[in-house]
Design a protein. Structure first.
Length: 271
């Protein structure tokens, strides 16, 4: 009888200890959940490995057909879709963001294919015009180009990010003066977009610019479109132009900025 009493007391003490640990937050923390919706796995496998190893994130990679309609469980949704953006995906990521989610749009998440969607570009505050690049038409160019840090105080562009070069740059927010800014060079297998046009005035916070020299016309394009943030209802959109090639994500600084965007705003210990 006495032994049975001790066993009961032991179970009670164990139960109480577990409850106290849970109350005090002593149980093992689950990694924050991130989902990447994509149609080109090689690049996203490199990024996902970085986010898991460096950021201690739980990262799922899905195609559009596998994406759940309810995305509210995710700390961030990363979009890397080259071809068609399905209407169901479009509606899901818009609802997720407007209800307080964080949407990370990579590279060709803004491209001519997406102009066919009904709501997406209005949601982003973006327009892509047709016509010659020299007169403002949207074009993509596979080439070496530079990403320029225009916001040197922001957590996303600066926490653990190595801007290993400097470049002369004139911001396209006219009138501006020429200056020397930190930069990163993306290699030949990368891709840059020219003439992304904002349709929402100054709602966006610009993080980065781009520098691209077009050998055919001998023109150099400097545009404040390399990375930006936009509040959308209760949520946030963050866009990064780099990301066409596997080599873009193998550059630790590019992947670190994406991780920073997921973590932002940082806890006080990260300041």
């Amino acid at each position: 009888m006495m032994g049975r009493t001790f066993k009961v007391r032991g179970f009670i003490l164990l139960f109480v200890s577990i409850c106290i640990a849970l109350t005090l937050g002593l149980s093992p923390a689950r990694p924050p959940k991130v989902v990447i919706v994509q149609d080109e796995p090689p690049q996203m496998e490199v990024l996902a490995e970085f986010l898991r190893e460096t950021g201690n994130l739980s990262v799922a990679i899905m195609d559009q057909q596998s994406l759940p309609e309810d995305l509210s469980e995710y700390q961030a949704v990363v979009v890397f879709i080259h071809k068609d953006l399905d209407a169901r995906t479009e509606e899901s990521i818009i609802d997720y963001t407007k209800n307080g989610g964080k949407l990370i749009c990579l590279h060709h998440s803004i491209s001519s294919k997406k102009a066919l969607n009904r709501f997406y570009f209005d949601f982003l505050g973006i327009r892509l015009d047709k016509g010659p690049m020299e007169t403002g038409g949207y074009k993509w160019k596979g080439s070496t180009w530079s990403l320029v840090n225009l916001n040197s105080q922001h957590f996303i562009t600066n926490f653990d990010v190595d801007w290993d070069e400097a470049i002369v740059y004139t911001p396209s927010d006219y009138p501006s003066t020429e200056g020397v800014y930190p930069s990163i060079t993306l290699q030949d297998d990368s891709e840059v977009f020219i003439n992304h046009k904002f349709t929402d005035g100054r709602e966006k916070v610009v993080l980065c610019g781009i520098v691209y020299h077009d050998a055919e016309s001998n023109e150099t394009y400097m545009q404040d479109r390399g990375a930006w943030i936009k509040k959308q209802d209760k949520g946030t959109i963050v866009y990064f132009m780099p990301g066409h090639a596997v080599s873009d994500y193998q550059n630790k600084s590019i992947s670190q900025m994406i991780l920073n965007a997921i973590r932002w705003p940082p806890r006080p210990s990260n300041n």
